[in-house]
Design a protein around this ligand. Structure first.
Ligand code: IMP
Length: 181
């Protein structure tokens, strides 16, 4: 397995592999939009880098909004509870909305956001996730667009963190449980 130049971490997907997949996702989303406008809603902070690249892979008029939810805290384990820390800036009623997430894991976050957003009656509500860990699912939820489906591994980089670190790694790397902090 190739290693990142940063701290010798193992690379799961290189920046080039991610770029190629994001381009494919952008093309599919563009096709599905059929010329209509899109509101991309990024889930802070992990999806920020993915959203920035996905937005530029679209051939469509897109605006951005961001929400923040309570997350994993400082470790690799979920607390289970989901809470909205930052709400949408603009109403989404009647709009084509794409939730942009870094990882679909237990599904608790996206099931909660989907419920809250549907109450606002968007025209369409779809989900794009860069990574999907189907084996970890608690809530029954699927994404409309999935970058890569992965086994139960803890990953960092390309926006994703461990205790707020490693978000700026260009590649998606593996965080082993015994990695020194
Ligand atoms: P869910 O509610 O369990 O689906 O959690 C999704 C969120 O958990 C993601 O947006 C990430 O912030 C976090 N998460 C899940 N797995 C990982 C991982 O492997 N690395 C970093 N963050 C993760």
């Amino acid at each position: 397995m190739p290693t990142s130049t940063y701290q010798g971490l193992d690379v799961l997907y290189s920046h080039a592999q991610i770029g190629a997949r994001v381009a494919e996702m952008g093309a599919q989303i563009t096709k599905d939009l059929k010329g209509e406008k899109l509101v991309m809603v990024g889930v802070l902070k992990g999806a920020a880098i993915f959203l920035a690249d996905l937005a530029r892979a679209l051939d469509a008029e897109a605006t951005f909004d961001f929400v923040a939810v309570s997350s994993y805290g400082k470790g690799q384990r979920s607390s289970g509870a989901v809470k909205l820390i930052k709400d949408l800036d603009e109403p989404i009623e009647g709009k084509n909305v794409l939730i942009v997430e870094d990882i679909l894991d237990t599904g608790l976050t996206l099931a909660y956001l989907r419920k809250v957003f549907l109450q606002q009656h968007p025209k369409t509500l779809r989900i794009a996730t860069l990574l999907d860990k189907p084996s970890r699912r608690i809530e029954k939820i699927d994404a409309d667009y999935v970058g890569f489906s992965i086994p139960n591994l803890f990953v960092i980089g390309y926006g994703m963190d461990y205790a707020e670190r490693y978000r700026n790694l260009p590649d998606i790397c593996l965080m082993s449980p015994d990695h020194p902090e």
